[in-house]
Design a protein around this ligand. Structure first.
Ligand code: ARG
Length: 122
């Protein structure tokens, strides 16, 4: 994959752009591009390698197969490194783990206990 990336000066990334804020489509002047956290990280990786990033959008369920077929050279799709998937492909160290939280005033703690309870809140 590395030689192909270098010779074509392009890093082709597979993603499933239905997972904002990690990857989502952006339509600009009738042209569809992709943006999000994963796309930004991938762009930096391509930049560090001195190549261009090409984003190939596909079904989430096709990503591993298309990586195995060499259709794409890497996948970034907010994909969890499960034991099952680790049998098929090689995952990097995790680049994102979540601990961000929504916060409200202590006095409202009992008011907003579920996602539904925040409906119509101001
Ligand atoms: N983290 C979950 C998984 O790996 C969901 C990822 C969904 N990502 C997407 N681009 N649709 O199964």
């Amino acid at each position: 994959a590395y030689n192909k990336i270098k010779s074509e000066k392009t890093l082709t990334m597979g993603t499933s752009a239905d997972f904002a804020p990690f990857e989502f489509p952006v339509v600009k002047n009738g042209k569809k591009t992709y943006n999000g956290f994963d796309i930004m990280v991938a762009n930096q990786i391509a930049k560090d390698m001195g190549v261009k990033l090409k984003v190939q959008n596909m079904q989430f369920s096709s990503l591993i197969g298309e990586l195995q077929n060499n259709k794409v050279q890497m996948v970034m799709a907010g994909m969890t490194a499960t034991k099952e998937r680790r049998k098929a492909v090689d995952f990097s160290k995790p680049y994102y783990t979540e601990s961000e939280s929504l916060l409200v005033r202590k006095s409202d703690a009992n008011k907003y206990t579920t996602q539904a309870s925040t409906k119509g809140a101001s």
